[in-house]
Design a protein around this ligand. Structure first.
Ligand SMILES: CCCCCCCC/C=C\CCCCCCCC(=O)N[C@@H](CO)[C@H](O)/C=C/CCCCCCCCCCCCC
Ligand code: UDX
Length: 404
């Protein structure tokens, strides 16, 4: 085969991939519009089952008290909150105790001592005691940085139909001020939600564990909660259990909730966001190695550049004009997707969106490069060596209560 022939084939593949990307983009918008921000109502005779809410806490941030307080105001007939904190000296203990005093009528308990290490995953380790003591069949794991609307739990339970094993919320962020907040909203409302929604629409396992409601019995039949602790991406394997649990012939269904998760940590910065992205990219590369190649190729910049070359090769179109049109359409679809996920007005101007969008798009490839070149993975105060399936080994602990 001649070089000319090879370049022609590559150009055709890239051009095909470019079209596929638009299909994914538009489908995610349509799916988001159909699925999200819908008010679900329970059938008249529906009995809401009890829910045990597990809250893993590590350190405090300026919004922690207010975020946790939203869980005391849920419009739900029967639930308990189980706060889990690794160490007695963590200042989060004081915050939880003051909430316990303020709301004596809400059933809740505090478990301290997840530090008695049995598994490598610090979140599972921290939650173990609470999980064992949870008295309801339905468990909601809800990360420390989340706040919740009054009707969210109700809505998640309504989504947990008979054949559904797990309901999760699409990660999103609440309205906060500053450029880092814009950046987070832009990321979670565009590139992230596009893939997350599409994967869940077609039934590909793509679940982030920040807010997951699941059936305890399903996990117990598949090795138990503790068995997830060997993985650093315990969320992926939690939902994998549902997909492959043999007690339900075709596996349990995994559903996205109609309300996106509202991350509302009071500690946020560009650096925190980027470190977290590096950690997630690294986890993904061990879960689905194909993402190492597919992720950069699904970004505006790289796909735009190689597609401009491809159309020049195929049709002799001007690569610059093509790149500009590609950018304009991508930008408008991203803005439309973000509005869909937000479900109401954005808290920032269009200029802020342009700045956040450009910054994220131009730095994403660097974050991928960084993730694939560092050997270790850092999560809060701990450093790990990570291997196949995200099985980890802790190598260092720096004592610091702030989020890294
Ligand atoms: C021809 C289709 C090309 C699609 C290429 C997709 C490349 C991936 C691009 C971006 C990745 C975005 C990932 C979305 C959310 C993941 C968030 C995350 O990393 N969470 C981790 C931490 O909580 C968690 O442990 C991991 C969860 C699952 C990750 C699985 C990723 C697989 C994505 C595959 C998507 C395929 C879509 C198929 C569409 C036909
Ligand atoms: O050492 C730790 C680290 C974290 N955690 C808890 O785990 C939860 C998630 O931690 P972070 O907010 O740092 O991390 P992320 O939002 O990136 O987590 C997300 O990605 C990694 C997955 O394994 C998690 O399930 C998912 O929630 C928090 O509630 C945190 O308090 C611990 O209990 N101990």
């Amino acid at each position: 085969m001649t070089l000319d022939c090879i370049s022609l084939i590559i150009a055709i593949i890239i051009f095909g991939g470019w079209w596929l990307q638009w299909i994914i983009h538009v489908t995610a918008i349509i799916y988001g519009r159909i699925k999200l921000h819908r008010k679900l109502s329970a059938p008249p005779d529906f009995q809401f089952p009890g829910v045990s809410i597990l809250k893993p806490l590590t350190g405090v941030d300026p919004n922690l008290y207010a975020n946790l307080e939203t869980f005391f105001h849920l419009l739900y007939p029967k639930y308990e909150i189980l706060f889990c904190i690794e160490e007695e000296t963590d200042p989060a203990v004081m915050i939880v105790k003051s909430l316990l005093n303020k709301y004596p009528n809400v059933e809740c308990s505090l478990f301290v001592g997840g530090a008695l290490k049995t598994t490598v995953n610090p979140k599972i380790n921290n939650l173990m005691q609470g999980y064992i003591m949870a008295k309801h069949e339905l468990i909601l794991i809800s990360d420390s940085g989340l706040k919740m609307k009054e009707d969210t739990l109700q809505e998640m339970v309504i989504n947990l139909k008979e054949n559904v094993g797990l309901v999760h919320q699409l990660p999103f962020v609440s309205d906060r001020s500053g450029f880092a907040a814009v950046l987070e909203k832009v990321y979670f409302g565009t590139q992230h939600s596009k893939i997350y929604l599409l994967a869940n629409m077609v039934g590909v396992n793509c679940v982030t564990g920040m807010s997951c409601l699941f059936r305890k019995s399903v996990v117990e039949q598949s090795g138990g909660f503790e068995s997830l602790g060997i993985y650093l991406a315990e969320d992926y394997y939690l939902s994998q259990i549902c997909f492959y649990n043999c007690s339900c012939n075709s596996g349990w269904k995994v559903k996205v909730s109609t309300q996106p998760a509202l991350q509302n940590s009071g500690t946020y910065s560009i650096g925190t966001f980027q470190n977290r992205m590096i950690r997630w990219i690294k986890l993904r590369s061990f879960l689905v190695p194909m993402t190492i190649i597919m992720e950069p190729l699904s970004e505006w910049l790289l796909l735009g550049l190689i597609s401009s070359w491809a159309v020049c090769r195929l049709f002799m179109w001007s690569p610059i004009a093509f790149f500009l049109v590609h950018t304009l359409i991508w930008f408008l679809l991203d803005y439309t997707l973000l509005l869909t996920i937000q479900g109401c007005n954005l808290p920032f101007s269009r200029i802020d969106f342009v700045a956040g969008w450009l910054f994220r798009e131009c730095t994403s490839l660097l974050l991928m490069l960084r993730a694939h070149t560092v050997r270790t993975l850092t999560w809060r105060s701990r450093q790990y060596i990570i291997g196949r399936h995200t099985i980890g080994e802790e190598i260092r602990k720096v004592h610091d209560w702030t989020a890294v």
